[in-house]
Design a protein around this ligand. Structure first.
Ligand SMILES: C[S@@+](CC[C@H](N)C(=O)[O-])C[C@H]1O[C@@H](n2cnc3c(N)ncnc32)[C@H](O)[C@@H]1O
Length: 198
């Protein structure tokens, strides 16, 4: 792949910015909606729980989490995506059920043991330091809190086993991975579920 194409893809999907990022947001909101919604169902946030959504992009999963949980907080390093997600979740933000702020998986800005569920869809590949990120997510989860990390399988640059080992090293337990398939030609999706030890 040429450097120019890599840069376009980066600005469109990985670190969305400017007009390309806005286009990427629209495409992701449409193409990734089934997996974003399935992951929220998998995480099963209860009506009294707080959910932290890592890299919500245009905010489809954040919206789904905000309609089920007491509070869904989205952290994303892209100002373009924060703007899109704010539009998509405007009514839930006004109701105090969704919050959005700048952040990354490794620096969420969240208090220790303050959330019940952490969800990450299609962004573990972009975590600059996965070890630091898994440690951060273990820190912000309450005892027994749940983690769901979902990624299109071919996008993950390491093996499933290595991902499991990284989660275990950060203090997660009950770590499992499964391949999820969606109708149509969509590629297989790897989903890691885990729990913070009580
Ligand atoms: C491919 S998009 C996925 C968006 C959405 N979850 C979806 O599946 O449609 C990747 C998202 O991760 C965000 N991102 C990039 N680096 C990140 C990091 N280190 N921590 C958290 N999010 C990150 C990007 O800004 C972007 O919103």
């Amino acid at each position: 792949m040429t450097n120019a194409l890599m840069k376009v893809l980066d600005q469109t999907f990985a670190h969305p910015s400017g007009r390309l990022g806005e286009l990427g947001g629209k495409l992701m909101a449409r193409m990734n909606a089934p997996v974003e919604e399935q992951v929220v169902s998998l995480a099963k946030p209860a009506a009294n729980e707080t959910v932290l959504v890592i890299g919500p992009g245009p905010g489809v999963g954040l919206r789904a989490a905000g309609t089920r949980a007491a509070l869904a907080i989205g952290v994303d390093p892209s100002e373009t995506m924060l703007t899109e997600a704010r539009h998509r979740c405007a009514d839930l933000i006004a109701d105090g059920r969704v919050q959005l702020r700048h952040g990354t998986a490794a620096a969420t800005g969240q208090d220790t043991a303050s959330v019940d569920v952490v969800i990450s869809v299609n962004n573990v590949r972009f975590w600059e330091d996965r070890r630091a990120a898994f440690a951060e997510l273990a820190r912000v989860l309450r005892p027994n809190g749940r983690l769901v990390v979902s990624i299109t399988r071919w996008m993950l640059p390491i093996t499933d086993h290595e991902l499991v080992q990284e989660a275990l090293a950060a203090g997660f337990s009950d770590v499992n991975v499964a391949l999820q398939r969606f109708p149509g030609p969509a590629p297989a999706v790897l989903q890691l579920t885990a729990r913070v030890s009580p």
